[in-house]
Design a binder for this molecule. Sequence first.
Ligand SMILES: C[S@@+](CC[C@H](N)C(=O)[O-])C[C@H]1O[C@@H](n2cnc3c(N)ncnc32)[C@H](O)[C@@H]1O
Length: 275
Amino acid sequence: MACKKDEVDLESLVADIAQSKKYRHLGICEDTIRDLLAAELARHSKKSNAVKAARKKLHEVVAPYLGDLDYAKASGDLAAVFQTARSDTIKQTCAQTMQAHTTTRERLPVLAEFYHRIFQITGQPAAVLDIACGLNPLALPWMELPAASRYYAYDIHRQRVDFLNYFFSLQGRPPLAKLQDVLVDHPTEKADVALILKEAHRFERRQPGCTLPLLDALRVRYLVISFPTQSLSGRRSLAQQYRQLFLGLIKDRLWPVTEIEFENELVFCVDKLNT
Ligand SMILES: C[S@@+](CC[C@H](N)C(=O)[O-])C[C@H]1O[C@@H](n2cnc3c(N)ncnc32)[C@H](O)[C@@H]1O
């Protein structure tokens, strides 16, 4: 049975969590907190149990265990290296910065071929949506996109989004990183390619069945969706489990899929229009 709506002040519960010691410095998107609380309040009859469950889910979504940056230091390092205008040292500093977050760190050994192989399938995009981007926009120097291309990036950490917009400004790009929960508010920008890297399985854990409506809504020709192939401890292979999960999610769509397997990441390039 759900908590009674008139006994719950949802906005004050949202503010309590947003301003808590754990989350205040990160600036977590309030839509995310509201959405998780609303789902748990509908599931529990006791408010305290609902709040506890929402906090647990938020911990999974925000994933502090994946690591984070010292943003002030990283901004300073990047500003200094962009002044040199040397592409090798810029790449070195971007790679160092990407070390801070598990998902981008794991991709570093294959970064040189990662986007090359993906864009061989999708063609070089003039516009990209980086969905639940984390620090992945720092891989832009490896993507070799034209300066005029548009790179939209979405994340639920205010600090991360501000940092990415600063990074874009160093490159002379427009500040197209947005604080947006892509499950609550599907992106509406048009692009050639949407990158949904290493997050779809976590979307499904947050709210089973939420990924397909997002994939349907994205206004792009190609969806590039990836999954980790090793557990965080490195002990378990996850490739077959996530292949089944993904192919199951899109089983009712007639989308042609090309699979690429990298050392520790399984990538599906989906052609949404060619059906
Ligand atoms: C596991 S990391 C993946 C980062 C990146 N896609 C990559 O593969 O390098 C997940 C990132 O997605 C963000 N995120 C999680 N749920 C989100 C949502 N519903 N909307 C937007 N961003 C989200 C998190 O804040 C985090 O930065």
